[in-house]
Ligand binder design. Sequence first.
Ligand SMILES: [Zn+2]
Length: 166
Amino acid sequence: MTAQNIQTFRGVLLDQMTIDALLLAEQLAGLGQFPIMQGSFTQGAVSASAGTHDGGGAIDVGIHSGDDPWDVQVTKVRSLRQAGFAAWRRTPPAFPYHIHAILIADPWVSPGAAEQIDQWHQHLNGLAGHGPDDDPVDVEAGRPSVVTTPPPAPRPNRRKLDEEVV
Ligand SMILES: [Zn+2]
């Protein structure tokens, strides 16, 4: 097994394989460094969290408070998925704009994150409601190909999502 080697990276805690995967995603995206909103090993510091960031492999990538152009958001999600993350955009009103990502191969993920990986394999969105993965891009065989048009405005009655806050 790879050494875990937890370290501070750009101000957050990450293990080495998550850092490596993040750097690969950034290289694939070609957009420079991704803004990191939250890392791994938060140990429940986020009180409303279901603990998906309490173990390894977890990272939240900013999409500039929703100001990223649509194609930039898509590129970020795609590159994270290509680099081995279960990655989903999280959007208002339930969340601030960001991409929540769990490194699928990381053996140190928290139980909550492991449940999200299970959802990933079922093409679900990793949230408490077990909704479909409705992100616009997916690189796994048999999943929808890239959608190039922006989504409709957020649904006003969108299900309240309570599994994570950031
Ligand atoms: Zn997250």
